[in-house]
Write a protein that binds this ligand. Structure first.
Ligand SMILES: O=c1ccn([C@@H]2O[C@H](COP(=O)(O)O)[C@@H](O)[C@H]2O)c(=O)[nH]1
Length: 234
């Protein structure tokens, strides 16, 4: 079992639905709290996970001016979460300010600072979206790499990238830079809105530290069975 490499997102609308999912999959160590649940539930969901000794990825994808992201990061770090996200496109000053703020925020409550990781480019976007809609003049893999390097130069501890870019990022950024891959799909699962996916086994082989796998597990008729199939494949 490679259960410690799998992060399951709690993409559900209520606290009750989140607790039901956590209790249905007690073997899961890592849970991700994203925008939907945090907006509906607030920080109480963090306490619920901590009571159960879970590791927490708070995926709020901050994207704002430096002073504002620093304030948000300071508050988030005070909860004692393990991973926290910010968009690399917030820019160098925002990334540096955010990194400093998590250390300050964690100190206030005596927690360890979370590892701050940067979103490179969302896994729901295609090369076409990047070129024609976002007007980014680089090829998508090169752009993802540049965003990861910007994060690394700004002293962040890792990045979120698609499994299709992880091999290149691993080679350039080295082994200490944590790479988290959403957009992972077993061959038997629907891709949905994920546009740059690989299978769990391929993503790990390419160098991912953690895989974020949601709907293939949480929307399966048998979530426990789906999780077992994924662990076997990895
Ligand atoms: O580029 C990104 C960044 C974050 N995510 C998040 O990961 C999960 C994926 O869920 P699935 O159900 O496995 O598609 C979801 O919470 C996203 O907010 C991402 O998909 N891509």
């Amino acid at each position: 079992m490679n259960i410690d490499k799998i992060i399951v997102p709690l993409d559900v609308p209520t606290e009750a639905a989140a607790i039901a999912l956590i209790d249905q999959l007690p073997e899961i160590i890592w849970w991700k709290v994203g925008l939907e649940l945090f907006v509906s539930c607030g920080p109480k969901i963090i306490s619920i996970l901590k009571e159960r000794q879970k590791r927490i990825f708070l995926d709020l994808k901050f994207h704002d001016i430096p002073n504002t992201v620093a304030g948000a990061c300071r508050a988030a770090a005070s909860y004692g979460v393990d991973l926290l996200t910010i968009h690399a496109t917030a820019g160098r000053v925002a990334l540096t300010s955010a990194q400093e703020a998590i250390v300050e925020g964690a100190k206030v409550t005596g927690e360890n600072p979370p590892r701050l990781i940067a979103i490179t480019i969302l896994t729901s976007l295609t090369s076409r979206d990047v070129a024609f809609d976002l007007k980014i003049p680089l090829e998508l893999p090169e752009y993802a790499l540049q965003m990861a390097l910007l994060a690394q130069e700004s002293a962040l501890g890792g990045a979120v990238c698609s499994p299709q870019e992880v091999e290149q990022l691993r080679q350039v950024c080295g082994d200490d830079f944590v790479l988290v891959c959403p957009g992972v799909r077993p061959t038997w699962a629907e891709k949905g809105d994920q546009k740059r996916s690989l299978t769990p086994g391929q993503a790990i082989k390419a160098g991912a530290d953690y895989l974020v796998i949601g709907r293939p597990i949480t929307a399966a008729a048998d979530p426990k069975g789906a999780l077992e199939r994924i662990c076997q494949e990895i």
